[in-house]
Design a protein around this ligand. Structure first.
Ligand SMILES: *Cc1c(COP(=O)(O)O)cnc(C)c1O
Length: 397
């Protein structure tokens, strides 16, 4: 019979034996995915290892096997020297920003950044003595860099923005910013770290809400920040350590599982989204479709230069109509869910106007601004659903 390690049955009580029995000790068989290793305590081999931070991971908060596997896979995708994980997409933005700034610095933030990122800038950064100025994402890179001052330390961008879809020439901004010693960060959730790789274009920090396309099933929160400069990776990791954030091994495993099908899902959803966008543009109730991959779109050339494909998220403006008529459109939909977030396998719709209130440079449209996320359902079914919505809009307009 196998001996229980360090608890010889003749010397300890049954309680002690039960408390210590079954502790894993030894090699694991190999599976396709990493082990979901769970632990706050990391058992160290000897006393010297307890305080030897250079050689051993001494505490589970920094992540174990599944986290390592996910970070490695994301580094590979982003072309990064290292990737940090955060408990949500928003905390990846806030954590990365906090890691590189100090009191007295100033941030230039694109006016179209994710609304909760803006709230963080206004409610937290300003309170800690960090200046924030918003710029029109339609500014040329040169005009943007002309806005920088002595204190400007970081330019925060999101391209395309997730409601109005303006794109920026990130490569040009990154090059000019580097020459001035200003860091660049972009929220690349639309590109998912796959369709567009910010670090390859010179951007210093690539952030994304893994919650969206990498997770892909609308059921796990996580974010990542990636960088190429090892000193910056270290600074980001220190930031996570200082704030005490951690993600669970189960969630890290789920994220890695999502990553395996990311290319297939993005291809299907992006192509289907573009066909639906093309169809929508021809509907009489639609004033404008806002999708950078659509030929003739304002940002088409930039998208074609930098992206290997599109995701399934885009906007469109209705032709005239009241907010009530926009609600009639949404309420008539049977397949599209009404809900925030995106990047899952399912189609979603929202009206975007109520989120544009705080913006200084929001574009204006003929009618209500809608946002669609195209999932993996059959295009014909989705188009029939949208037609039903447009009919209801027409009747209510
Ligand atoms: C959803 C989203 C986030 C935040 O991600 P969470 O995981 O929900 O916190 C950040 N940026 C963009 C562009 C998003 O769409």
């Amino acid at each position: 019979m196998a001996q229980v390690r360090s608890t010889p049955s003749t010397r300890v009580t049954q309680e002690t034996r039960l408390i210590r029995a079954g502790a894993h000790d030894g090699e694991l068989v190999k599976t396709v995915g990493p082990p979901i290793q769970k632990g706050s305590t990391v058992l160290l081999p000897n006393a010297a290892a307890l305080y030897d931070d250079d050689s051993f991971l001494t505490y589970g908060r920094a992540g174990l096997a599944a986290h390592d596997a996910l970070r490695q896979a994301l580094s590979e995708m982003e072309g990064a020297a290292g990737v940090c994980l955060y408990p949500s997409g928003l905390s990846a933005v806030t954590g990365a920003v906090l890691a590189v700034l100090q009191a007295g610095d100033e941030v230039l933030a694109a006016d179209n950044i994710y609304k909760p990122s803006r709230r963080f800038c206004d409610n937290v950064l300003k309170r800690y003595g960090i200046g924030v100025r918003y710029f029109d994402p339609r500014l040329s890179p040169e005009a943007l860099l002309d806005l920088t001052g002595e204190r400007t330390r970081l330019i925060m961008m999101e391209s395309p923005g997730s409601l109005t879809f303006e794109m920026m020439d990130l490569a040009a901004v990154a090059e000019l910013a580097k020459a001035k010693g200003v860091l660049t960060l972009t929220d690349n959730t639309w590109g998912a770290g796959y369709l567009f790789k910010p670090l390859e274009h010179g951007v210093d920090i690539s952030v994304q809400a893994l919650t969206k396309y990498v997770g892909g099933h609308s059921d796990v929160f996580m974010g990542s920040a990636a960088a190429r400069d090892p000193a910056l990776v270290h600074q980001l990791a220190e930031g996570v350590h200082n704030l005490g954030w951690s993600v669970s091994a189960d969630d890290a495993y789920q994220m890695l599982r999502g990553l395996r099908t990311l290319p297939a899902r993005l291809k299907a959803q992006g192509e289907s989204g573009l066909r639906i966008a093309t169809w929508l543009a021809a509907q009489p109730e639609v004033a404008e479709v806002i999708h950078p991959a659509l030929p003739g779109a304002a940002d088409h050339a930039l998208w074609a230069r930098d992206y290997s494909g599109a995701c399934g998220l885009f906007g469109f403006a209705l032709k005239g109509g009241t907010p009530q008529a926009a609600d009639a459109f949404l309420d008539a939909l049977k397949l599209f869910g009404l809900g925030f977030s995106w990047g899952g396998f399912e189609s979603l719709a929202i009206v975007s106007d109520p989120q544009l209130g705080k913006r200084k440079f929001a574009p204006t449209y003929d009618g209500p601004l809608m946002r669609l996320h195209i999932g993996l359902e059959t295009e014909q079914d989705l188009m029939a659903d949208l037609r039903r919505g447009l009919d209801a809009f027409s009747a209510a307009r």
